[in-house]
Write a protein that binds this ligand. Structure first.
Ligand SMILES: Nc1ncnc2c1ncn2[C@@H]1O[C@H](COP(=O)(O)OP(=O)(O)OP(=O)(O)O)[C@@H](O)[C@H]1O
Length: 310
């Protein structure tokens, strides 16, 4: 495929985004509580943080799949409209989920499902078999059904299907966490290579920090609905600044094999329906100061009173 035209404008701009989940009879949950993020064309941004910190909610809002309570999301300079307010599905952003069964129809041949995306994009020059080849699968697999693939192969099919629509932004929401260790880095690298070679951006959500380090140009660290640190991957790894980032990078594997637990952090992530006053991280922070209990460090690139911009 020919590369997409490149521009210098941010492909995706998320500013002070607030997303609240409302369930009748329950307090509303502010899953995203004022998060800002940029992804440029051809750029890979890793979004990391413990389970429940709002990563999926943010990703769904970017796709126009979630409610937006405040703030803004613009894609290629245009506001992203929630589903229902839009005339048609926008295909510029495509998402790959943890479980490809969520996005693949088990009853249809994968070639037909990939062909749907090609039709939507008006691409008559590419065949489903071409896309399977690009994701490292044999062309003849187009005639198979999703259950005939291994987990890693099925995720490759989901990636091929996402690429068929020629997205300018690809979002992977934990796309490797259901795969065995040998397939994880391969699939992550594949997503990175395919996005970069076509000039698309990639927002890669994962709790596997070693894989994020491998593929991301920049990393954004999320805690309780906020991006608490953002920076170039190598710089964040060489010198993490937010105490939460430091704890995440010193993380230990979770006993049940699901992700990681930040090292040396007391307590659990607080309930987002009742977040702590001041800095949201202060009850768990080893470096907490009086100010942190009262004042919210709502600034970037490091949302911590120890790193207040001059
Ligand atoms: N539809 C919903 N209704 C109410 N609360 C929700 C809903 N979806 C998510 N939440 C809550 O919002 C918070 C953020 O959830 P989200 O799934 O975005 O986090 P996450 O960082 O992606 O976690 P994970 O890694 O486990 O997927 C959590 O407290 C979650 O329980």
């Amino acid at each position: 495929m020919t590369p997409l035209p490149t521009t210098t404008a941010p492909l995706l701009a998320v500013d002070d985004l607030v997303v609240e989940h409302r369930t009748p009879g329950r307090p509303s949950v502010r899953a995203v509580a004022g998060a800002s993020l940029r992804v440029g064309p051809g750029e890979v941004v890793g979004l990391v943080g413990e389970s429940g910190c709002g990563k999926s909610t943010l990703a769904r809002a970017v796709c126009g799949l979630g409610p937006v309570s405040a703030g803004s999301i613009t894609f290629e300079g245009e506001p992203v409209m929630p589903l229902g307010l839009r005339k048609r599905r926008h295909t510029g952003v495509q998402m790959v989920f943890q479980d490809p069964y969520t996005s693949l129809n088990p009853r249809r041949r994968v070639g037909d499902q990939i062909a749907d995306g090609l039709r939507t994009a008006g691409d008559t020059a590419t065949s489903p078999a071409d896309l399977l080849e690009r994701v490292g699968l044999p062309r003849e697999f187009a005639g198979r059904h999703p259950h005939e693939f291994s987990g890693g192969q099925r995720q490759r099919v989901a990636i091929a299907r996402a690429l068929a629509a020629r997205p300018r932004l690809l979002i992977g929401d934990e796309p490797i966490s259901a795969l065995d260790a040998s397939a994880q880095a391969q699939v992550a690298r594949l997503m990175r290579d395919l996005a970069v070679e076509s000039g698309a951006g990639l927002l890669f959500i994962s709790h596997d920090l070693s894989v994020v380090r491998l593929i991301a140009d920049r990393v954004a660290v999320m805690y309780l609905g906020r991006i608490v640190e953002v920076g170039r991957t190598e710089e964040v790894w060489a010198e993490p600044r937010h105490p939460y980032t430091k704890a995440l990078l010193a993380a230990i594997p979770h006993p049940d094999g699901m992700g990681v637990l930040p090292a040396e952090l007391p307590g659990d992530v607080p309930d987002p329906a009742a977040p702590p006053a001041g800095c949201r991280f202060h009850p768990r922070c080893p470096l907490v100061m009086d100010r942190c209990r009262e004042e919210d460090p709502a600034f970037g690139p490091v949302a911590c009173w120890l790193h207040e911009p001059k």
